[in-house]
Design a protein around this ligand. Sequence first.
Ligand code: ZN
Length: 482
Amino acid sequence: MLAVHGHFYQPERRDPFSGEVAPQPAASPYRDWNARIDAECYKPNAERGNLQHISYDLGPTLACWLAANDASTHKGFVDSDVSAAIVEVDCGNAMAQAYHHAILPLASLADRRTEIRWGLRDFELRFDRRPTGIWLPETAVDLPTLRILADEGVHYTILAPWQAADSRLDTRRPYRVELGGGKTIVVVFYDAALSASASFESDATMNADAFARERILPRLTGPSFADGTPRMAVIATDGELYGHHQKFRDLFLARLVNPGVDAPDRGFDITTIGQIVGSTPASVFPATQIAERTSWSCHHGVLRWYAECPDAADGRWKGPLRVALERLASAIDTVASGLAGDFMEPAALWQARDDYVEVVFGAETAESFARRWVPLGNESQREGFLALMQAERWRLAMFASDGWFWGDPIRLETKQVLLCAARAVRLIDDAAGTDLERRLVDDLSLFSSPSRRIDGAGIYTEALDEAHQPALRPRSKAASTR
Ligand SMILES: [Zn+2]
């Protein structure tokens, strides 16, 4: 059996102040990167029916853009989840994704929960079923994250083979991971060699029939496992590989997963992750253990997103950037819960934050949400409450992994997380009369771009300028007297 999984994701590209995606000339001839990748990948894969034959996760930030800008492709993703061939919805093709694509092993417990709950709820609203599987951003994993998944009713996830504690683990079958307290989760480890050749060897993927014969079949030949489980191979890659990173590879995918009746018998069947593990109890699978704080795109654990991972020519900026944003997040949370104390129980603010995905998705109006959570408050308290929710929303968004992924904080991905931070901190400073923004800018000045003589504070100013926002407002009276 062969299962192909595509991880479809783009970060939130909307300017958090205007709600618009700024034109991105580098994406020419398209208006912006989302539009270009849509034309090269999302749309053709949906139109060719490829999604009906693979597993996929569609990131909420991308799904939101697709719904607004290419409704027919969005519908293609939604409709391909459960097709006529699939009777049990537990076996649907689509998996959820943690909401803002933050590296969960680096996040606080409360943030992990919110990101996971938002991702599951977004999926439920979009696909009209409760998801059984979730894709962890960058497949970054540890046991506390898996425990939250199990608590939230998630049945399975996908990891890279080097994320198994046992380096000789046979990835041709699913496993269960014991999480303590009687909880378990199913883990499918993808096939490293097949996934790498699909991703990086353009010659290997010229001809799907040859790829099936020469690469896949040898992995699947031989007897079933002793307990009768047939051998499977899982190819997991970025979904953008099929048409965007590699031109015409959407055609390769079509031929690979839906060869048609004229194709020669390949000696194996096409299936999906959902079909393999969707409704099978975890206890059926053999137990294994994971290597904690590991991921699929950094071979140094999760260093890539907070420190000097050896893959980066100069990663000295990554640590101070993360510390600056963590310090800001912590201050925002403290100020927000202080303000919320006027109209709600302290713990309720965080329950409300978990629930705020209803408003972000558009399933509920902000007014109705505020009336539900602050029923006894007056108008201005409800407005204040909504400002806190918006601040929390953008403060969560500022941890999107993209901000740390690349080699230089001057890139637009890092500027985007800085704009999210700016939006969040200004909402809080306006509401509380604090001056957290000045402290943020001080902290950002502690690192520099390796390619340009500009520090993080300068990059922050540049990002605000490009978004037509004032740089750093004058020190407020309230704050200077503190
Ligand atoms: Zn690395």
